[in-house]
Design a protein around this ligand. Sequence first.
Ligand code: AMP
Ligand code: TRP
Length: 341
Amino acid sequence: MKRRVFSGIQPSEVIHIGNYIGAVKRWVALQDDPAKDNIYCVVDLHALTVKQDPEVLRERTLELLALFLAVGLDPAKSTLFVQSHVSANAEGAWLLNCVTPESWLKKMTQYKDKSAKQAERGREGTVLTGLLDYPVLMAADILFYDTHEVPVGEDQKQHVELARNIAERFNYHYGETFIVPEPVIAKAGARIMGLDDPTVKMSKSMAHVQGHAIRLLDEPKQIERAIMRSKTDSGSEIRFSADPAKAGVNNLLTIYQVLTGKTRDEVEQDFASARGYGDLKKRVAEVVIAEAEPVRKRFAEIATDRGELERIMRIGADKARAISEPRLADVKRKMGLLLPM
Ligand code: AMP
Ligand code: TRP
């Protein structure tokens, strides 16, 4: 039997090189593994956990689907769908809410960080129930699709572990039902850091800050500028290092490593005769642009074909329903709901 792979990404902001390296690029590679059955989701319901402009959210949802296609996700190989198009995900989240202790949710690092940041903004920063419940919706995404593997970046590991706990708890109370999923985190590139501050994770919410992120759809000039200005240190040694002072160089080397597919030794060899960080930055910029430029060009073609995007969304949602609805009915029955005749 094939192993089911499920992952998702929010249509908030345009995706950056951290999302690409930590998640999306790996999804593209998984498509060609005959042992996997892949599902990738634009999680628009998750985006609603913080304030959104309705028109912008709709645009971003279509854009993200177009970007999926532009990076090489293929609806003939993977199931690609929009989360809100399949009601099983939100319905499943409600059912899982009723087996999930609230104390588990209050302990989530992302919730603690995001809610604290929002609270700082005073009245505008009301923390919504959806933000607390976000990991349960994510658990529903994973569990109702009988998922074995969840390829995500480091920051989502805790949420996948929560999904495991929910699955185990459900199975204990109602009998063997859910597959207990595993997070699959890459060895290199699971946590790409900000270019302006290599001590913090590159994040979408900061993507608008000049010099913080490389967005996948940035023009070559913008990419080059962001990398050339990225924060390094006053030294000149180009090697991988866990030393916090060398985090900037380490981050650039990691980006280079993942995009070239080389080993750490090979990467360090490549820079053995470099004359300082200027050379390093130039090479990294070239490699990033070589990866991003074809994506930007394909995106420009695909994004304008609204009819084709709609067709792909419809097919994806049908496939997704066929997988999740039987599991949803099974869970409802086990929990004591009367199924409609
Ligand atoms: P999000 O931006 O929260 O929708 O994240 C989408 C995917 O990108 C998830 O799998 C994240 O774990 C991953 N991701 C987000 N930021 C980074 C980062 N800085 N480095 C590596 N992976 C990331
Ligand atoms: N919460 C994830 C993030 O922001 C996105 C996500 C939603 C997801 N549902 C998922 C990832 C299911 C993996 C599996 O990155």
